[in-house]
Design a protein around this ligand. Sequence first.
Ligand code: SF4
Length: 353
Amino acid sequence: MDIELNKPFIYDLTLEQIQDWTKEQGEPAFRAGQIFDWVYVKRVGSFEDMSNLPKPLRDKLLASFRFITLTEIAKFESKDGTMKFLFGLHDDHAIETVIMKHSYGNSVCVTTQVGCRVGCTFCASTLGGLKRSLTAGEIIAQVVQAQRILDPHNERVSSIVIMGIGEPFENYEATMQFLRTMIHPKGLNIGARHITVSTSGIVPNMLKFADENTQINLAISIHAPNDALRSKLMPVNRRFPFVDVMNACKYYIEKTGRRITFEYALIGGVNDRPEHAEELANVLQGMLCHVNLIPVNYVPERNYVRTPRDDIFEFQRILQKNNVNVTIRREQGHDIAAACGQLRAKHMEKTTG
Ligand code: SF4
């Protein structure tokens, strides 16, 4: 085996772990801060570039760790400025990362797993199952790479959404380490309130997340107003039923005082009828929440059609009438297949014939 592959990724280390390592090496304490700064603030891609470190220390770093190289397999740029990347990992797996331009800044959507085992019926990411989970460093590398792309334009990653390929709460520890590194004041220093983690409703880890005591936003992919329909659309609902997900949401709100977001993908004729809107309003009434309606993207393998425009507005109107906070998600990158997993699915088709 290539000796390089045995070395941990530098991005996989927290500042505290770098501190422990420098201490073991007999280096002064401030060296750890310098290394962290080179990795996240100056964003160099090699230990050789860490010019204020003594050469022997750079050599020790090189012998102990490696940088993650995300190889750009494909890049697509939408008319609206959305940039979608298909990145190759060291073991030839491919992941997607998206940079979205908003009036308030740049948002990056990251992937947490290679594929997904959750099996949502409207999602291309799950078609080939789960290959493996990403390490914290591999999730971090996507944001660092996005920031490097923005650096020449003097722009910053101002927000992060964990809504790319994979279920972050099935890769909980890596996701949490990723989040801690993102909000670290000595690192990329992205405000916790500008980060959203989205889950399909992995209840035990929703409860754990509520207890983490962070300001990070939580979004739930709900997509149905009741247990039976949700089980049809999202097999994960058989593991963690609708009522348990709702109770976990209530616990999160109670614990954090923060508003929760419900993602609701509208699928023509399936979950987008006025009676579904009424039922959803009934469930959510009085809850500190916000509903994000997402007109579903066409996945060729499934037989889903888009909800007509007027029906989307009608769904929104019913929720509003019942005092449920609701918006319709602005579609970005539609012309470049920016929805989760579509690019990777196309790439897999090509590489597997
Ligand atoms: S929507 Fe998210 S959780 Fe569901 S299958 Fe796709 S990647 Fe997995």
